[in-house]
Design a protein around this ligand. Structure first.
Ligand code: OAD
Length: 248
């Protein structure tokens, strides 16, 4: 049903000068990691005002770690899915110049993507809020919550952006530079409700670039600025799209 649109998207990508991808939680759903919004989303079970804001973490890190530990256990098991691999292949083909992700699961890098800008940080590292030491998350036991810094006993926090925290400055700068150069943006598995990440496709569209959106359902971008909307699961659509690019 998407056939003609798929071919058009493949043509656009093939002819692009500087294609960039923006990914969100939806791309990792088929790796077993729940998205935030929508049915079975994380925010259905955990109220974001109690779990997602940095002030909630500071007030009650043990409570927020209850949710984080659950996510870490899921992330430990997760493997990249065909959508992650397809984006890595598109970069290998020289078409995708960079990938901006809002995800903190590291699955793009594990699939082979090289130029990854992690807009909301990376859950693979924990930082001590007292002494600033950093630890790989896999080295830290999460039996007692919140996990304590092995050196000073301070509270450990994932190196991810909570609401109320700034975007890491380098990622912010690089992502906007990429958007400024981008003529085709592949927007995959994001509700585009969180800013400033959602400004990236806006910026591309306003400067005349084309947006190809892949999502199970329409978002507020779809009617406003998306050029080609490919409805369906990223792990089915992206490999087909990349195959068409390779054939064309
Ligand atoms: P959301 O949970 O808001 O949106 C996930 C999107 O993926 C939805 O639009 C779904 O329809 C779509 N989706 C789900 N499964 C899919 C699939 N298999 N294939 C394609 N699309 C699918 O996630 P994000 O937009 O990433 O921020 O959320 C943005 C930010 O909100 C997150 O980075 C996080 C959260 O609060 C912070 O923690 C700062």
């Amino acid at each position: 049903m998407n056939d003609e649109k798929m071919r058009e998207a493949a043509r656009l990508l093939k002819r692009s000068r500087h294609a960039v991808a923006l990914t969100g939680a939806g791309i990792s759903v088929e790796s077993g990691i729940p998205a935030f919004r929508g049915a079975q989303g994380l925010w259905d079970r955990y109220d974001p005002s109690e779990y997602a804001h940095i002030s909630s973490f500071m007030r009650n890190p043990g409570k927020v770690w209850g949710m984080l530990r659950e996510l870490y256990r899921i992330m430990e098991q997760a493997q990249p899915n065909p959508a992650h691999h397809a984006l890595a292949r598109l970069e290998e083909l020289g078409i995708l110049k960079s990938l901006v992700t809002q995800n903190v699961d590291g699955l793009h890098q594990r699939a082979g993507s090289k130029r990854v800008i992690e807009f909301h940080g990376n859950g693979g590292t924990l930082i001590c809020l007292s002494c600033g030491m950093e630890y790989p998350a896999r080295d830290i036991r999460m039996d007692d919550l919140p996990p304590a810094c092995p050196r000073c006993g301070g509270v450990l926090k994932p190196q991810v952006v909570f609401f109320g925290e700034p975007i890491p400055p380098r990622a912010l700068e690089e992502a906007f530079e990429e958007a400024d150069q981008c003529d085709v943006m592949l927007v995959v598995g994001t509700s585009a409700q969180v800013y400033p990440a959602a400004d990236l496709p806006r910026r591309v569209a306003w400067s005349g670039g084309r947006i190809i959106e892949i999502n199970l359902e329409e978002t507020h971008l779809t009617q406003d600025m998306t050029h080609i909307f490919l409805q369906g699961s990223a792990s089915e659509i992206l490999p087909r799209l990349v195959e068409l690019v390779e054939k064309s």
